[in-house]
Design a protein around this ligand. Structure first.
Ligand code: NAD
Ligand code: GLY
Length: 361
């Protein structure tokens, strides 16, 4: 299958999608440069895929490979682990031509990407995502970050990779809950941008849950195509890229309100999308039958369609700190139809309360 391209002029890059690509040295060869590689991964992914990737990188021309194994989990996306990465890079005398390769999910990708963005003022970077969420979302678009005690993803940089290699066969080993969490971002891309893709998902959601490789490859490819178009039009999120945050304003409130890690990101986004669809019905942009389709597809993907009962006051308070809040006013991504979204501020708080009541436990 030919690679997709993220069209960003001089920083354009390919996204390779398929089963078995992890071992394909030809995909890495154009990016090896002087031969120094720093491979960042974690103790869950390393035993599964590290040796295979190292073999392919060596076949592609890598001479010195520095392994950096960081702890697993969202807590690893912080200063301490970043220090660990810098320490390892410096100890191995990695210079500015070192290629940083992220092998893992969104946590490893965001952390390694941020390290690459700032190490010696920026070194080249390659993404090898191994979760569905990372393959359809976090590895594409150049957002990199670590968390701060006061907020998730608050310290970061835009740093586009040289390439993304998404091997859908690596999803075979992904825990079921993580697969479903990634599916939330897949259907999100359909809801905001592509009604035909939503119809395809409605017909194929069971195949995706059963990890049918052709279905997964199609879903990853269409998701990446849609995200790549948005990123190419608005790399720095001054406009249309904010649409990718459909369901995230409510979803972030769920994650923060429960404590990060209680619900997976995609689970919170799923309930958040139902809330946003309910709000879209109440602001008069979306037909109730279309909101029902949003809910039904998420239910069939075995994702939560109701948020936890944090209380409306707490939801409203948590949504105020969302990164998209402009001058203290919360902005929502709402649906105008299945496959079409827009960013709105000045939404009547009474309607937000009604939407919350309709989609919380
Ligand atoms: P994750 O990276 O924590 O991975 C989930 C779990 O799966 C981890 O335990 C991981 O070790 C394990 N894992 C990874 N690949 C595996 C495989 N093939 N087989 C078995 N286990 C495997 O979580 P995630 O959902 O991939 O990413 C979440 C992160 O992504 C969050 O920090 C979020 O902020 C970030 N994110 C970033 C962007 C962006 O644009 N940069 C977009 C969305 C999310
Ligand atoms: N995940 C949202 C974005 O990349 O902009």
């Amino acid at each position: 299958m030919p690679a997709l391209r993220v069209d960003l002029g001089a920083r354009a890059y390919p996204i390779h999608i398929g089963a078995g690509l992890l071992d394909d040295a030809t995909l890495y060869a154009p990016h090896i440069g002087g031969g120094a590689v720093a491979l960042v991964t974690n103790p869950v992914v390393a035993p599964l895929y590290l040796e295979r990737l190292e073999r392919a990188l060596r076949a592609a021309g890598a001479r010195a490979i520095t392994r950096i194994v960081v702890p697993d989990g969202e807590q690893a996306k912080g200063w301490q682990t970043l220090e660990q990465v810098f320490d390892a890079l410096l100890a191995a005398r990695c210079g500015r031509d070192t290629l940083v390769v992220a092998l893992g999910g969104g946590v490893v990708g965001d952390l390694a990407g941020f390290a690459a963005a700032v190490y010696q003022r920026g070194v080249p970077f390659l993404q090898v995502p191994t979760t569905l969420l990372a393959q359809v979302d976090s590895s594409v678009g150049g957002k990199t970050a670590i968390n701060h005690a006061r907020g998730k993803n608050m310290i970061g940089a835009f740093h586009q990779p040289l390439a993304v290699v998404a091997d859908v066969a690596t999803l075979d080993t992904l825990p079921e809950r993580e697969l479903r969490s990634g599916l939330a971002e897949v259907v999100k891309h359909g809801f905001i941008l592509d009604a035909a893709f939503v119809a395809w998902l409605e017909a194929n959601v069971e195949k995706l849950l059963a990890r049918d490789r052709d279905a997964l490859a199609h879903a990853v490819r269409r998701s990446c195509e849609l995200k790549a178009q948005v990123v190419a039009a608005d790399e720095r999120e001054t406009g249309a890229r904010a649409l990718l945050n459909f369901g995230h304003t409510f979803g972030h409130a769920i994650e923060a309100g429960l404590g990060y890690g209680e619900w997976l990101h995609g689970e919170a986004v799923a309930a958040g999308m139902v809330m946003a669809a309910e709000l879209s019905v109440r602001t008069g942009t979306l037909a109730a039958a279309e909101a029902a389709r949003v809910r039904a597809l998420l239910e069939r993907a075995r994702l939560p369609v109701r948020g936890p009962s944090l209380g409306a006051e707490r939801y409203l308070e948590l949504m105020q700190v969302d990164k998209k809040a402009a001058r203290g006013r919360v902005r929502f991504v709402l649906l105008d139809a299945i496959g079409r979204a827009s960013l709105r501020d000045g939404v009547d708080e009474r309607l937000v309360r009604e939407a919350l009541a309709a989609a919380t436990r």
